[in-house]
Design a protein around this ligand. Structure first.
Ligand SMILES: Cc1cc2nc3c(=O)[nH]c(=O)nc-3n(C[C@H](O)[C@H](O)[C@H](O)COP(=O)(O)OP(=O)(O)OC[C@H]3O[C@@H](n4cnc5c(N)ncnc54)[C@H](O)[C@@H]3O)c2cc1C
Length: 495
């Protein structure tokens, strides 16, 4: 059977968290979206447990942060301990919300996030979700992409979209179809990941995350949201991955902390923690995002966070392109900006992984001494975007994250701005702009916030800041002349 092809602004391949977040954010921009997912049901077992403050702010832009908030846990510390249980390093997180208006580190259950994303999609007439279809081919022409998918009985689904985004995970079909290649950035290591829920009467367990840096067997403990607890246990040479996840082995390895009566075992799976970046994120009208574009080992809790950074970076650029206001090169800037940034996150995750995974006793002694003597050897990184940043690169603030201040009205800034540019400025600054810059600012359809965020402007010593829809700074201006230059640099099509 073959269906008549339907027409959409964007087709999203894969209904994991990246695909579902993208569908929501595009829908919020008024686009029609089809999501095609190979499996009839969601993946219900836990994977990611940590979301940073930037990711929570992206989920606010996606429209589901409030729905997810009651299910979040907070997370204030990661301790590193030596093989005798002595503290090597305490890596605290702030107990107050950070610059994004959210805690810097949040605990969550990935299926809760996916359910919240899917519930919002279900309410929208603009998004059509087709489950049980596997995308097999993409054919593009000057105006769009024809997508073909097949199902179990061998039927064919055709859809046409102006753009396609492959959010189809680590084994991405879309990545293969556009000729993207991945090669490992560090040797993958095998770890057993075990998730439990605590039962009444369970013993007191540590707060936050603990890295048990025992060269005989590195182990990570994670206090999850609510009663969820996770242990990750490194496999050693000679361990048999086929039997390592057996419950008897799991409880033997964790006897120091829990016994079967204390917990309900949800799942135990041996993972290969890999790291990789695709060589190619775009072929004309086809893109990849999320795990399809990059893989991060979970030592930094940044895999899904990176996928969310991808989708917000791409979403406003697709919006501008479909609205006909994008400068040539705007869509190319997606990979140029995000790939160098995610590569830094992956590099840092691998560095922390190498610290945790030391197995040689002599190297472990040196590692322990390093962590004890330098408490700042581990700090949260927030890498700047890559690319030429539209001529603003000489300004060290361009391409770095902007805070989300509370406005004088009491609202958080992004609630008012949405997925648009925001101009935080001293009162009266627009009146000093020339007519050409004013016209450009109007075609950018940004939001002017005069008088708001003055503390932030004071802290930078500037008259205005221009914030991109993905929450990164486009640039800063110390005068009306500098602001004109900034507005002239916006990636707008020639009028
Ligand atoms: C143990 C573990 C711990 C982790 N911890 C963290 C953490 O704390 N913080 C964090 O940020 N990240 C973490 N991650 C990473 C995070 O889980 C992933 O980055 C995230 O799930 C990737 O989402 P995605 O939507 O890109 O891909 P996926 O979730 O893999 O979704 C891809 C979807 O595409 C579908 N699909 C594939 N091919 C096709 C096709 N041809 N046609 C149609 N559909 C298709 C798949 O069925 C799937 O539903 C962790 C991962 C693991 C395994």
């Amino acid at each position: 059977m073959s269906e008549k092809s339907e027409q959409f602004d964007v087709a999203v391949v894969g209904y994991g968290p990246a695909g579902a977040a993208l569908a929501n954010i595009l829908e919020r921009q008024g686009m029609s979206v089809i999501v095609i997912e190979q499996f009839p049901q969601s993946y219900l077992l836990p994977r990611a447990t940590h979301l940073d403050g930037e990711s929570m702010r992206i989920l606010q832009s996606v429209g589901i942060a409030t729905a997810l908030a009651p299910k979040l846990g907070t997370y204030f510390r990661m301790r590193f301990e030596d093989s005798d249980g002595n503290l090597l390093l305490d890596w605290p997180r702030s107990r107050a919300p950070g610059i994004h208006g959210w805690y810097d580190s949040n605990r969550f259950h990935q299926p809760d996030l996916e359910a919240a994303l899917q519930a919002r999609v279900a309410k929208s007439p603009r998004v059509s979700v087709r489950r049980g279809w596997r995308v097999t081919s993409l054919t593009q022409d000057d105006t769009g992409v024809l997508l073909a998918a097949s199902n179990e009985p061998g039927e064919t689904l055709n859809a046409r979209a102006r753009f396609v985004v492959g959010c189809d995970g680590a084994r991405s079909t879309v990545r293969s179809l556009i000729g993207g290649e991945v090669s490992p950035l560090a040797p993958p290591e095998q770890w057993l990941v075990v998730d439990f829920t605590l039962q009444p009467g369970a013993p007191e367990l540590p707060e936050g995350t603990v890295q048990y840096c025992d060269p005989k067997r590195p182990v990570t403990y994670i206090e999850g949201a609510g009663k969820r607890r996770r242990w990750e246990i490194m496999l050693l040479p000679g361990d048999d991955p086929a039997t390592f996840a057996d419950p008897e082995n799991v409880y033997r390895l964790l006897a120091r902390w829990i016994s079967p009566k204390d917990v309900e075992l949800e799942r135990a799976v041996v993972y290969s923690f890999g790291s990789a970046v695709s060589t190619r994120w775009r072929d004309n009208r086809i893109f990849i995002a999320g795990d399809a574009a990059h893989l991060t080992p979970p030592f930094l809790g940044q895999g899904l966070c990176s996928g969310l950074r991808d989708i917000i970076n791409l979403a406003w650029k697709l919006d501008w392109t479909l609205a006909g206001r994008a400068a040539p090169g705007l869509l190319d800037s997606y990979q140029q900006e995000v790939e160098p940034q995610v590569s830094q996150y992956i590099g840092e995750a691998n560095r922390i992984g190498a610290i945790i995974q030391v197995r040689d006793p002599e190297k472990a002694r040196k590692r322990d001494a390093m962590l004890r003597s330098d408490p700042r050897s581990l700090t949260s990184i927030k890498p700047r975007l890559g690319g030429d940043l539209w001529g603003q690169k000489a300004n060290p603030l361009a391409g770095t994250l902007a805070p989300q201040p509370k406005l004088l009205s009491g609202a958080l800034m992004d609630e008012v701005v949405g997925l648009r540019f925001a101009l935080l400025a001293r009162p009266g600054v627009l009146a000093r702009l020339g007519s050409a810059s004013l016209a450009r600012w109007q075609s950018a359809q940004g939001v002017l916030l005069e008088g708001d965020g003055q503390d932030y402007l004071d802290s930078l010593g500037v008259e205005a800041v221009l914030i991109r829809p993905d929450h990164y700074l486009f640039g800063t201006a110390r005068s009306a002349v500098e602001l004109e230059a900034l507005i002239d640099a916006l990636p707008l099509a020639a009028s």
